[in-house]
Design a binder for this molecule. Structure first.
Ligand code: ARG
Length: 460
């Protein structure tokens, strides 16, 4: 019969239908290394509590290390008969130590164990996510650096609005990802709580050492309330929010890549290694990475909303519903770790068609605001200036002309405030340079942003 962590009061084993519903080992097995780490720390706690003697501690730690090596090498694997990772690893221990293996569970419940394991796993995974996120930011900053002075159409409502530095636009994405990294760091501060010692929910009558075990496992502190320790999944939900936010940022960048690679924009040419073809249309070169970045964000949002729905009605303390916390968390980590490197590769290898981007910058009367501000500098109230430039644009639309193609006479006819020197502001480069306030799109300011961002990326 399979080894179970319970059964003394039961006449028989669980129904197959229950066992199938209950089993989690096929997904929580990835917690095995963390469970073993926590087990070693707990063994030392039992030793300090004089519940294990020297020889027993040595045997216990040796066996846990052996199990760890066997797990890492694939020599020990869980079977579907092992309800969960904790059950499987206790089986491994008992196989090696006999009855001594049964001593480790003293003062410990799977409830405090699983909360601790998941925090350990996620703190390590989050460091990995932050590192790959930083690689994406670096790739974006490299592109931005090359295009500090490349004028591009800046858009609102996806319509030409005002010219911007293409580098400035790229850096806007970097700032979003920098906030994500900051959020992950901030998350870690709150997540660094160890649940071991909380037991099932009420703590233990044995002299355990929650603070000591927390420190040994690299946590900042032990739980302050044993009920909260086993009930709290804020750290999982908060991580899923951070992951969903990263997904949303990736989706918005992905959408821009999709637009930029369209024939209509033609701003970006993807490297062959980061584009896909069509099974029927031989000419196709598709931006699937951008689309999958966009698509996977839906999945990340789903993980967050799914977990929140699981948590919302739960009475304290532990409920088995909490077993549903792991798959969304694992899926979000896995999703980010496949999407991010692909987006980074896409960005790092794409070719920006500088001429084409720059040529589009003045399209759509994007210098109209500069003309209005020229009038403001000459004392015209902005309300009237806006009106006058609106009339100028309307004339140009009607006559299929650019702002710079209107004759002196026509300018004066549209509004007497227009004198020929208005053409001085009809320069895209001038428009960029003029926006030189901090955070502006002037190339000098964009260079400053890069100089400020670089060291923060290097620190990650
Ligand atoms: N596998 C469970 C989980 O992931 C931990 C076991 C707690 N089970 C229990 N019957 N108290 O949450």
């Amino acid at each position: 019969a399979p080894l179970r962590l319970w059964g003394g009061r039961f006449a028989g084993g669980p129904a197959e239908a229950l066992a199938k519903l209950s089993v989690s080992v096929h997904f929580d097995w990835r917690l095995a290394p963390y469970d073993l780490l926590a087990s070693k720390a707990h063994a030392r706690v039992l030793y300090r509590a004089e519940l294990l003697d020297d020889a027993e501690l040595a045997a216990m730690l040796g066996a846990l290390d052996d199990v760890g090596a066997d797990v890492a090498a694939g020599r020990f694997t869980a079977t579907i008969e092992d309800e969960d990772v904790h059950t499987a690893l206790e089986r491994a221990l008992v196989e090696r130590l006999g009855t001594l293996g049964g001593k480790l569970r003293a003062g410990r419940s799977r409830n405090d164990q699983v909360a601790t394991d998941l925090r350990l796993y996620l703190r390590a995974a989050v460091r990995q996510v932050a590192a790959v996120l930083t690689e994406l930011s670096e790739a974006l900053v490299d592109v931005a650096e090359e295009h500090v002075a490349t004028p591009a159409p800046g858009m609102t409502h996806l319509q030409h609005a005002q010219p911007i530095s293409f580098g400035h636009q790229i850096l806007a994405h970097v700032h979003a990802f920098a906030r994500d990294v900051d959020r992950l760091r901030d998350w870690d501060r709150r997540a660094a709580v160890c649940a071991l010692g909380a037991g099932a929910l009420a703590g233990s009558s044995l002299p355990l050492d929650p603070e000591g075990v927390a420190a040994e496992l690299g946590f900042d502190r032990a739980f302050a309330n044993s009920i909260d320790a086993v009930s709290d999944r804020d750290f999982a939900a908060e991580f899923l929010f951070a992951a969903a936010m990263i997904g949303v940022h990736l989706s918005r960048l992905g959408e821009e890549i999709v637009l930029w690679t369209s024939r209509e924009f033609g701003w970006v040419e993807l490297d062959d290694a980061f584009a896909t073809g069509s099974s029927i249309m031989p000419q196709k070169k598709n931006p699937d990475v951008g689309e999958l970045a966009r698509g996977k964000s839906g999945r990340l949002i789903g993980a967050l909303t799914g977990l929140l729905a699981t948590l919302k009605g739960l009475p304290l303390a532990y409920d088995r519903d909490l077993q549903e916390d792991k798959e969304p968390v694992f899926d979000a980590v896995d999703t980010l770790l496949v999407v991010l490197p692909a987006v980074t590769g896409t960005v790092a290898t794409m070719k920006v068609r500088t001429e084409r981007v720059a040529a589009a910058a003045p399209d759509g009367f994007s210098l109209a605001t500069d003309v209005a501000e020229y009038l403001v500098r000459r004392g015209v109230p902005f309300r009237s200036a806006h009106e006058a430039v609106g009339a100028l644009v309307a004339w140009c639309v009607e006559h299929d002309a650019d702002l710079g193609e209107v004759s002196d006479a026509q300018l004066a006819a549209i509004n007497p405030a227009f004198t020929p020197d208005v053409r001085d502001v009809l320069s895209v480069a001038g428009a960029l340079d003029a926006r030189s306030a901090p955070g502006g799109t002037a190339p000098a300011r964009v260079r400053e942003q890069i100089a400020n961002l670089r060291p923060t990326l290097a620190a990650d």
